[in-house]
Design a protein around this ligand. Structure first.
Ligand code: BGC
Length: 345
């Protein structure tokens, strides 16, 4: 792990926390942090990663954490929010689901409850805590540039399939814009642009269509996360092709694909760091403080921005060393030789 960058983020957040005004009680008097996660399958992260990290950080500091999952259902998202609000929340941490977070943020704020948009932006939230999404996209674009160069292909003539995340997630555009800034500058052009989605199975179907449209000529695939990349790689595999593919999340499947050389790299966004930054902020708000952030979104929302880390095969061991992946999960029979090669143990 790039310790220096993580430390500098922690330092910025810690320094901002010191500059707080010192009241002592949550505006609503409640010490409950209410959290809504969006789904259990799109990113391989919300349940296995963010939930335990948030729970540990909030409960460890002595606060009650009510963490629910909307299971990809925007109506359920609204119902969960109503139930949480009727029980009482001192702060809300919302991961948006296709815009459902906006109405919830409005309701919470009408009751004097501060709202933190966690990972995905939400219009009207008081704070946004996330990795710097423009940088995530730039790292993804760079994966395609580096992967094509290593394959000895001219990026200007390469047949690249562009894909992206669900356009209803504000992050998806930031990832894509970041990637395009790098790809455009390198002279890349899309041979085919897929519809955006966070549904891995759908990404596979869309890629099959793209593959047919370009008559099987694919030199690289810009994929928005490891989950979509895994579906795309399955189809490339079926067709006997190994080309540079981007990703993000440092998921088990993503890291395995990186080790196997089927995915150029992944963007590692340690959820422990994100959960800690968000809970520090939530706790400050529960205490009635007014924390500062290190960045501001275009609409003026204070943004606690964290540093994402590009992870190629030789860096997978750093994710394991940081405790965010287990060698036992990564190094299955098919990956054992690659693990040995890259020192993952
Ligand atoms: C997150 C990614 C995740 C994707 C799908 C994005 O908003 O930043 O980490 O892979 O959603 O859940």
């Amino acid at each position: 792990m790039k310790k220096s960058s993580l430390l500098s983020v922690t330092a910025v957040v810690a320094a901002s926390m010191l500059a707080l005004s010192g009241c002592s009680a949550a505006p609503t008097g409640s010490t409950r942090a209410c959290v809504i996660l969006p789904d259990a399958d799109s990113g391989t992260r919300w349940e296995p990663g963010d939930r335990p990290a948030l729970e540990k950080a909030l409960k460890g500091a002595g606060y009650e954490a009510d963490i629910q999952n909307a299971q990809s259902d925007t109506a359920k998202y609204a119902t969960i929010a109503d139930q949480q609000l009727s029980k009482g929340c001192g702060v809300m941490l919302l991961v948006d689901l296709q815009g459902a977070g906006v109405a919830v943020a409005e309701k919470a704020k009408a009751q004097g409850i501060p709202v933190i948009a966690y990972d995905r932006p939400i219009k009207g939230a008081d704070y946004y805590v996330s990795f710097d999404n423009a940088v995530v996209g730039q790292l993804q674009g760079q994966m395609i540039v580096d992967g094509l160069a290593a394959a000895g292909k001219d990026i200007k003539t390469a047949s690249i399939i562009y894909s992206s995340g669900d356009p209803a997630d504000g992050n998806a555009k930031m990832f894509l814009d970041g990637a395009l800034s790098v790809l455009d500058a390198a002279g890349a052009k899309a041979a085919f642009t897929m519809e955006g989605t966070w549904d891995g199975a759908k990404a596979g179907t869309l890629f099959e269509q793209a593959f047919t449209a370009v008559k099987g000529k694919v030199d690289a695939v810009l994929a928005p996360n490891d989950n979509n990349a895994a579906s795309i790689i399955a189809i490339l595999d079926k067709n006997g092709l190994t080309v540079p593919v981007s990703g993000q999340d440092a998921s088990v499947a993503g890291l395995q694909n990186v080790l196997l050389g089927k995915q150029w790299a992944t963007v590692y966004k340690p959820f422990t760091v994100e959960a800690k930054a968000a809970s520090d902020l939530a706790i400050a708000l529960l205490k009635g403080e007014k924390p500062k952030a290190n960045k501001t979104l275009d609409d003026g929302t204070p943004f606690v921005a964290l540093d994402p880390i590009a992870t190629t095969a030789d860096k997978v061991k750093d994710v394991v060393a940081a405790g965010d992946a287990k060698a036992a999960d990564l190094c299955t029979a098919a990956v054992a030789a690659a693990c040995a090669k890259y020192g993952v143990k």
